[in-house]
Design a protein around this ligand. Structure first.
Ligand SMILES: *Cc1c(COP(=O)(O)O)cnc(C)c1O
Length: 478
């Protein structure tokens, strides 16, 4: 194993890598014409670690986090950024986030366990979930996480566990905002049809105003709980920062309602994730929208913090601490995924380039075949000469990139997909009994495996055959 002897005690200063063409601060086309992630040639990484491969740039992740943090700090006195761990729940990623001072949003016992295993300060972690299990509540309460309540019986269940453990539990409440001002606003077409309001109204998430007030009144009588925050997350992305500002404002309106009906004012509001990012080459969630015109962290910060301050002043409320939970916006730009070309097939009207990377590994591509920007790794800036469908090996159509302009690709070539740091490894599938890829973390010119490539034993090791089937599952010999 390659052990780095230099132990960073402080988050490092970041010097963006200088590439001839920049896809991110640390990702671009290097002097030899290949795609580079920070100080590593992606062709070398593929040769060394195999394909399909996920690559994460540590410095890009840090850089993007700091951009978000600094933008919000410039607009608001008390901001905390909670990385949505589910977007990339690798242990190394969590360690990087810890060293940046980022908190985290956990879903379920395993994500919570992994965040705690990585040494995250539990006071910076929240547990979300619509159906939390008792052992999950117990883990959260024993370790001091804030639990965002999202069911009417949850408070009593927390009270039971906290009583049993003899501790006081931190709690928040997940809201279902009205979002009336977003009744006609369409978000990005990632999560099905409907306006932002329709989406929010129709999901299982969040409690009504009356329910929230009931929970607060009851919580105020319980010595076992401490009310910490209200929470909202609309899992539908919008490229308009004004939409997020509407949600932020409504959180404060809700705080006013709670003050008037319960006397409690939330000291912290958590406005969740769904934050997007733009790239000059245009990438998902919509290659037409998520380009250089997409909002920057500064746009989000200005509008959201402005709305919060304005509404708080109107209602005579103190400014709460502000929490955000970006996932994809932080992890996405840090990742590059690489596949190797196999069979190339020319049909009458189309050409297919088979890769060893599939929609198992780029799950958003299964829904949106235009989602990831793709380019060759070697001679990455070569003029495109043809339109091809980039496909994986799976038994469905498995289009990881449809109608892509590419230079001529041949067996053995490498194709990279950009901005794949979020929701790829963490939502990878094993369909067709395919093995999960490895992940390498690139830090300057150093690269190291942070997720081992899955092996055959991992794929078959969970299967069992009942004794009566062992020697009886074939037709008897004639
Ligand atoms: C998924 C999720 C996030 C992150 O969403 P992104 O779109 O990745 O920013 C944040 N908070 C909660 C509660 C979530 O479920």
């Amino acid at each position: 194993m390659n052990v780095q002897t230099r132990i960073a005690r402080q988050a490092p200063a970041l010097v963006p890598a200088r590439h001839d063409v920049q896809f991110g601060e640390f990702i671009g086309i290097g002097p030899n014409g290949n795609l580079w992630v920070d100080g590593c040639d992606v062709a070398d990484l593929a040769a060394r670690f195999g394909t399909p491969l996920y690559i994460i740039s540590e410095n890009q992740l840090r850089h993007t986090y700091r951009a978000f943090r600094d933008a919000f700090r410039a607009e608001y006195p008390d901001v905390e950024i909670l990385f949505a761990n589910k977007s990339n729940n690798g242990l190394a990623i969590r360690h990087i986030m810890n060293s940046e001072g980022a908190g985290g949003d956990c879903f379920g016992a395993q994500e919570m366990y992994m965040a705690l295993l990585a040494g995250t300060n539990p006071k910076t972690l929240v547990l979300n979930g619509s159906n939390k299990q008792t052992d999950e509540l117990e883990m959260a309460i024993a370790n001091g996480l804030c639990i965002n309540i999202d069911a009417m019986d949850e408070l009593e269940r927390i009270d039971d566990v906290a009583r049993r453990l003899g501790v006081v539990a931190d709690i928040g409440i997940r809201l279902k905002l009205d979002l009336e001002p977003l009744r006609d606003r369409m978000g990005v077409s990632m999560h099905g049809p409907g306006t932002l309001k329709q989406q929010s109204d129709s999901t299982k998430w969040g409690m009504t105003r009356e329910q929230t007030a009931d929970i607060v009144r009851r919580a105020l009588t319980l010595p076992t709980v401490r009310l910490k925050e209200t929470h909202f997350h609309l899992s539908r992305m919008s490229n308009d920062p004004a939409d997020f500002a509407v949600m932020a404002r409504e959180m404060i309106t809700w705080s006013g309602y709670l003050r008037d009906h319960t006397g409690w004012v939330p000291p912290c509001i958590d406005i969740g994730g769904g934050w997007t990012f733009g790239k000059w080459y245009g990438t998902g969630p919509n290659s037409q929208m998520d380009d250089q015109n997409a909002p920057t962290p500064a746009d989000y910060a200005r509008l959201c913090c402005g709305a919060i301050k304005d509404e708080a002043a109107k209602l005579g409320l103190p400014l709460p601490r502000l929490r955000l939970e970006p996932g994809r916006a932080l992890s996405g730009p840090a990742g590059v995924a690489v596949g190797r070309v196999g069979a190339v097939k020319q049909g009458d009207t189309r050409k297919w380039v088979n890769l060893d990377i599939s929609t198992n590994h780029l799950s958003w591509a299964a829904v949106l075949d235009w989602y990831y920007h793709a380019l060759p790794v070697v001679d990455a800036g070569a003029e495109p000469t043809e339109t091809v469908d980039l496909v994986g090996p799976l038994c469905n159509s498995d289009e990881v990139g449809k109608h892509r302009r590419m230079p001529a690709l041949q067996r053995g070539d490498l194709v990279a997909f950009l901005d794949t740091g979020g929701y790829t490894e963490s939502s990878a599938a094993r369909y067709n009994a395919q093995l999960l890829p490895a992940t390498v973390l690139v830090t300057g010119s150093h690269a190291e495996v942070t997720t081992e490539r899955e092996q055959l034993k991992d794929a078959v090791g969970r299967f069992r055959v009942p004794a009566h089937l062992l020697a009886a599952s074939f037709a008897p010999a004639e």
